[in-house]
Design a protein around this ligand. Structure first.
Ligand code: ADP
Ligand code: MG
Length: 686
């Protein structure tokens, strides 16, 4: 029996050279190879007559060769044309710079041709041809062709050949790991059938059956893995908070009334807190929807019950902003709040740690610093993570481990479509704040081509500054490194000062600056000592300067739409009308499509849904972002129904066998462990 874990280098017919190429496709073992699924399928099965061919279509025809001719219209270009016919008409096969094909075609022979049709009036030419002689098992025509994702140096035919070779090995046994009752319940085909038919579909129907099995399996494994590792499903006993009248006093002390959506979210939270199960809740709310005050009230509720609370934010600027606004509101109620961030002196830190341990601190606000080992609480009752997408999946559990089953609340302004939230946060209850506080004016967004950049700077920016408003300018995103990005920001400031705004105050904010420097800049911007703030994406989350009314984003095409939406949320925070100008430097259709989505809607949920549709959900499942296994075939949009089934089944399975210890679940558990290897490593590292 072939060992699926065998290094492909030693698989018959592969060898070290090919193995090296396959390694580039992340194929290291025989199993990797078998699970290297086609990204699409080309139906070469529709055998047509010449008369039926339509312009631009790809089709297969069975024809007789009439004659061959070669011409050379200019140096370096040769065109070979092969005249062919069937009983309905004539066509020409066209080959560029492939003189050798000339001798391969003998008039009178019958061949099968698959290619792309060009039809002008009655003249038919077929290019990009695959040709083969009639046989009982055609290789390249008359079948459903798998098309694999490729890398340089490996062709589709290579992969097809290699896989065919492996599949024809009689000692290959692909053992089933899906529990039998699930196979029966969902009428799944065996894994052996699925793999064989994905690589070499016998028919459209068999391909469909194979795809269904793999899609279901991918979703099921993902869900089971999430349940297994995020320890959410276990309904652990938690703290039972009591109702407290003081919370109403805090509510009345606020300068505004909560929106309906805020009220709803708050009620859901309070209800969770007051029951004896530990809360696991996600609050999703668009930028500016007022999540902070919901966090504040939940924390107050926790403190009034005699427990400590913690609030973790991704940046110092944000942590400090929270610190200021929470202190302002809650100090009058005798609540002690401290800030723990990296830039504190050692002495300050020690004092905060000491007070936290002794319960002189009621609410501790901070950055990642909160999850360091030395941070100890006396009785942590509620843990809140703000902008949780900025943290790894594991970090939030790290913070909650500092208490005994504290209630957990995570907040995010990355609006994730429900479908995706369902997967990523399958173990969380979700509250949605889908309403902005009253009086907000929608941000007007305009996308312009780079050639109009001058005008944007000379007229729009000036106009806003003359009105007494302030402006953000966001530099192009540089993925490679924060250092290069910082350099680009410095350059942009120089350019702006020199070319456009020598008379205005221009400030700079980037990720390489010391926290204290950043702080200083943000404070001067808040105090209107700076007119124009040039910034990298560090400005993305949560910063609140209501007098800023214009944001210009350079090379907007480089950003994800959700990120553009987050950035744009820095303006439109006051009573003045706000604008966002997206400068793009790409002429691609996709870019235009994406820019117009930004112009058309201010709804973060819609935006992320569209973005996912255009870019595909792949990026969300990159291991770097979420530590989740890749979905190779399953697509959360296309296969929504199967996703729901798989999720239901996963829930059911873990409700019966939480740790998948039953005999029938052993094999699939092994698959899950393999697929989640990356995340497991992450857990043990943290
Ligand atoms: P986000 O959800 O993006 O974190 P914030 O909590 O920072 O939003 O709130 C944005 C702004 O809206 C803040 O200035 C806050 O004081 C204000 N705000 C929040 N809730 C209300 C409300 N119900 N009515 C009026 N203003 C509100
Ligand atoms: Mg916020």
């Amino acid at each position: 029996m072939l060992d699926l874990n065998k290094d492909i280098q030693y698989v018959k017919g592969i060898g070290p050279k090919r193995a090296e190429k396959l390694n580039k496709l992340n194929i290291f073992t025989l199993k990797d190879l078998l699970y290297y699924f086609p990204r699409q399928f080309e139906d070469r099965n529709n055998l047509k007559k010449i008369i039926q061919l339509e312009n631009e279509e790809k089709a297969t025809i069975k024809v007789v060769i009439v004659g061959v001719s070669t011409s050379s219209p200019r140096k370096g270009l040769s065109i070979t044309k092969v005249d062919v016919r069937d009983e309905t008409g004539y066509a020409k096969l066209v080959f560029f710079n492939q003189q050798y094909v000339k001798n391969a075609f003998k008039p009178g022979d019958t061949i099968l041709v698959f290619g792309k049709v060009k039809k002008e009036f009655k003249k038919i030419e077929i290019s990009s041809c695959e040709v083969e002689y009639l046989t009982n098992s055609p290789k390249n025509t008359c079948k459903i062709m798998p098309i694999y994702p490729l890398t340089y140096g490996v062709s589709n035919k290579d992969i097809i050949g290699i896989i065919k070779n492996v599949l024809s090995d009689e000692s290959l046994v692909i053992k089933e790991y899906m529990p039998k009752h699930i196979i029966d319940k969902y009428k799944l085909c065996s894994i052996d059938y699925a793999i064989r038919n994905l690589h070499n579909p016998i028919s459209k129907e068999s391909l469909k059956i194979a795809l269904y099995r793999i899609v279901f399996e991918e979703f099921l494994i993902l869900q089971l893995g999430l349940f297994l590792f995020k320890n959410g499903v276990e309904e652990s006993d938690g703290i039972k908070f009591e109702e407290n009248k003081k919370l109403d006093d805090v509510l009345t002390s606020l300068p505004f009334k909560l929106t309906k959506a805020q009220n709803r979210a708050l009620n859901e939270i309070i209800e969770d807190m007051q029951c004896n199960k530990a809360m696991n809740r996600l609050v999703q709310g668009d930028v500016g929807s007022g999540k902070t005050v919901v966090a504040l009230l939940s924390l107050a509720h926790c403190v009034f019950n005699g427990f400590q609370g913690a609030l973790m934010a991704p940046t110092e600027i944000l942590a400090e902003q929270h610190y200021i606004s929470l202190t302002e509101t809650l100090k009058p109620f005798g609540i002690n709040i401290e800030l723990l961030v990296g830039s504190l002196t050692k002495k300050q830190k020690e004092s905060v740690l000491e007070k936290t341990k002794n319960k002189e601190v009621d609410i501790l606000i901070g950055t990642h610093a909160l999850i360091e080992d030395k941070v100890e609480f006396n009785n942590l009752g509620l843990v809140i993570t703000d902008e949780q997408h900025r943290f790894g999946v594991r970090q939030r559990s790290k913070l909650s481990e500092k208490g005994e089953n504290p209630d957990i609340l995570v907040m995010t302004a990355t609006p994730i479509p429900r479908t995706l939230a369902l997967i990523l946060y399958g173990d969380l209850d979700i509250s949605i704040i889908d309403e902005l506080p009253p009086g907000r004016q929608p941000i007007e967004t305009i996308a312009i081509d780079k050639s109009k950049r001058d005008r944007a700077y000379n007229s729009l920016v000036r106009k806003e500054v003359e009105k007494g408003r302030q402006v953000y300018i966001v530099c192009p995103l540089v993925e490679e490194s924060e250092a290069i990005e910082a350099k680009a920001a410095v350059d942009l400031v120089e350019e702006l000062k020199l070319e456009y705004f020598s008379d205005l105050k221009v400030g700079l904010l980037h990720g390489k600056m010391k926290p204290s420097e950043k702080d200083l800049i943000m404070k001067s911007f808040k105090n209107r000592e700076i007119d124009i703030l040039v910034s990298t994406t560090v400005i993305e989350v949560g910063v609140n300067v209501p007098n800023a009314t214009l944001m210009i984003i350079e090379n907007a095409e480089r950003f994800g739409l959700a990120q553009l939406h987050q950035l744009r949320g820095r303006v439109g925070r006051g009573s003045h009308k706000s604008y966002c100008i997206l400068i793009y430097a790409s002429k691609s259709e996709v870019c235009k499509q994406r820019m117009s989505i930004m112009e058309e809607t201010n709804d973060g949920f819609k935006i992320s849904e569209k973005d996912l549709e255009i870019r595909g959900p792949g990026e969300f499942f990159g291991t770097r972002q979420h530590g989740l296994p890749e979905l190779k075939v399953a697509n959360i949009f296309k296969h929504m129904k199967i996703l729901k089934l798989a999720q239901q089944e996963a829930r059911y399975i873990v409700s019966e066998d939480r740790k998948l210890q039953n005999y029938e679940n052993q094999l699939i558990k092994k698959e899950i462990m393999n697929k989640f290897e990356h995340s497991i490593k992450e857990i043990s590292l943290n």
